[in-house]
Ligand binder design. Sequence first.
Ligand code: NAG
Length: 391
Amino acid sequence: MVHLKIHIIFLFLATFSILFETSNAASINVASFGAKSDGTQDSTKPFLSAWSLACKSNEASTIYVPQGSFLLKQVSFWGPCLNKIDFKIDGTIVAPSKYESLGNSGYWILFMKVNWVSIYGGTFDGKGAGYWRCRKAGRSCPAAARSISFSWSKNVLVSGLTSLNSKAIHIAVDHCKNVVIKDVKIRAPSRSPNTDGINVQFSTGVTISHSTIMTGDDCISINQGTTHVWIDRIACGPGHGISIGSLGSDSNEAGVENVTVTDSVFTKTQNGVRIKSWAKPNNGYARDINFRNLIMQNVYYPIIIDQRYCTKTDCPHQNSGVKISSVSYQHIKGTSASPVAIKFDCSQSNPCLGLKLQDINLIYLKGSKTSSSCRNAGGSTLGLVIPKSCL
Ligand SMILES: *[C@@H]1O[C@H](CO)[C@@H](O)[C@H](O)[C@H]1NC(C)=O
């Protein structure tokens, strides 16, 4: 009898401890690991401890970041993990303002080889100003640290996040599969160098939706090796617009295929929708690209393909090997800040094929008519197109 009682108690305790452990892992508050919400004490270790517990949990877990301001140094959250992990963030995550302390890795917050990770809410303050000053002064600065990166990951969701003043790219998606980014706000000054909003490369199945991006470089850039991208309801500007490329910087490059940009507004951006490639040989391509239902407000180059892309310091003068084909522009309206509202400057050795212009109405802000300009560009024109199509 006594023996049986002990046995039952033991069973009870065992069950209790299992329940206790799993419920512990199910919701993890970083504060309980010693994260400090004063924005000055380093909370990197507590965040990593919370991650490590969540990552080892058999059950789905939530890492909760309460209100307040949490200082994180360079941090990598590595997978694979045993189950789904959600970050629920009410507070602000701040980077060190001394950029030297992020080292030379090129990352601030990196998620590596994760599967089913979601981030809900939160403000990420990259404290980029000091780094931009270093860049502008032409000093030798450490590698530009992008704010939030997902690499070699699958089934990622970023929802309701705010990213401020990144030192370089705000959100980078690299070698990923099935990524949804929605309801995000991205903000950096229009003169901050290379602060792309969302940069995607080597990824497939990426949706970027209902977001506001005001920054110093491309609002969104889609780079080599990327397929099946859906972008809708973006408010872009200031910034350099939504770009495919720069493509063709490496001679051996993976292409870009099946990208849609729709229902978006560009305000005072350098470009609206742009495809750009370097003027040198390579085997890349961009095809099956759809731009539709877009509004341009005071945009310098609303529609542009630039296959002679270069910078002040790097300007090759060969023909671009990137093959651009099946690109449609439909229902694009608004104002151009330059007289050339449509510019197709394609490669002499690889002309653009299958460009389609349909229902375009772009007028020049400063009164006189807009025009379109074509070089090595072929395709068709449908419906009313203003400026007159050069295809
Ligand atoms: C193109 O990408 C979309 C997602 O944006 C996807 O639904 C569609 O199936 C893809 N089309 C092809 C032909 O793969």
